[in-house]
Each structure stands twice: as C-alpha cells, then as structure tokens.
Design a binder for this molecule. Structure first.
Ligand code: S3P
Length: 175
C-alpha cells in the first residue's frame, strides 16, 4: 500500500512561479493533455471563503491570506489526490508551504523574467501586491526576494520567456 501511495504522489504536478508566469493557463492545457483534474489554489480559497483574493487582502490583510493558503495546502497534501495544482505566486515563501508543496507532487517552477511579467501584468488590477506606483519595481523586488524560495521548492525548473504554450507543455511532458 505504501508503494501505491508513493506512486500516486509522483503523478501529481504542482505548478509554482511568479504572478503572470502562466501557471493557470499551463495547468489547464496540461490537464487536457494528461487527462487529469486541475485545481487552482487561489480559486479554491475564493470559493472556500466566498471572497475574491483582492477583497481578502483589502479586508483581512495579507497575513490572513497566507494562513488560508497554508491551511489549504496542508489539507491538499494530506488528501494525496492525483491532480495538477497551480498555486499562488507567493505560496513558496513560507517554509512550511514548501514542505506541503513537495508532498503534493512534483513541483515545477515556471520561471519568468521581470520583463515578461511586466509586459503581461502592467494593466492588471486583480493582483493586490502590484497595484499603485511603479509596478515594474515591485515585480523586480519581489522576484529578487522570492528567487531562492522558488528554487528551493522546485523539483524542476522551466524557463517560460519567449516560449509558446505548446513548447512549454512539451517540455513539461518530457521531464
Ligand atoms: C500572489 C499571487 C496571486 C495571489 C495573490 C498573491 C503573490 O496568485 O495568490 O494575489 O503573492 O504572488 P497568482 O500567482 O496566481 O497571480
């Protein structure tokens, strides 16, 4: 039985990476290819608490959101489902979260450069951490701070800049 649980775990995928790196889109496409369920932890949190992420940040604050993330990850790690997960860009910051992510499956870091992220998110209004003055600087600072956490959490790293969705999926399937 222990072996079968171990095998199940190995066929799950967890997509991590900065906001705008493509986790949600790549997760959906991968789910078609692999015929596996895809779950987005931000959406799960929105459904569970009946609030948009931006409202959670505004009304309850970022630390409360981070606690919601950690408690959801723990639940998911314990369920040990065969699944593709895409998780919020800040999830790997907490050491405890990195442990749960590894238990959830093979962790794939979708690495994007600041230029790519800025191009994609410069007009975005849904990410609380990038609102206000100078989003470009915010992206660079957050990326620099998070780099080591993404790398520490990752089993695999895929560079996504200047690649088509199909190219990225091909690389993931070849891992
Ligand atoms: C966050 C990323 C967002 C969401 C929240 C915080 C972050 O998810 O969890 O706004 O800290 O990077 P996406 O990476 O899916 O945008």
């Amino acid at each position: 039985m222990a072996n079968s649980a171990e095998n199940d775990k190995k066929t799950s995928y967890v997509l991590i990476g900065f906001m705008g790196c493509g986790k949600t889109t790549i997760g959906i496409k991968l789910s078609y290819k692999l015929r596996m369920v895809v779950e987005d932890t931000d959406k799960m949190i929105e459904n569970k608490y009946g609030m948009k992420i931006s409202d959670i940040f505004a009304q309850k604050g970022e630390p409360a959101f981070r606690d919601m993330e950690t408690s959801l990850l723990k639940e998911l790690a314990e369920k040990n489902r065969q699944c593709i997960y895409s998780v919020g860009g800040g999830t790997p910051i907490r050491e405890e979260n990195r442990m749960w992510l590894k238990q959830m499956g093979n962790v794939i870091f979708l690495r994007a450069k600041a230029d790519t992220i800025y191009d994609r998110l410069k007009d975005d209004t849904t990410r609380p951490l990038l609102q206000g003055e100078n989003p470009r600087e915010k992206i660079e600072n957050l990326l620099a701070h998070r780099k080591e956490f993404y790398e520490d959490a990752a089993d695999y790293i895929i560079d996504v800049d200047d690649k088509s969705l199909d190219e990225i999926i091909k690389e993931i399937l070849a891992l």
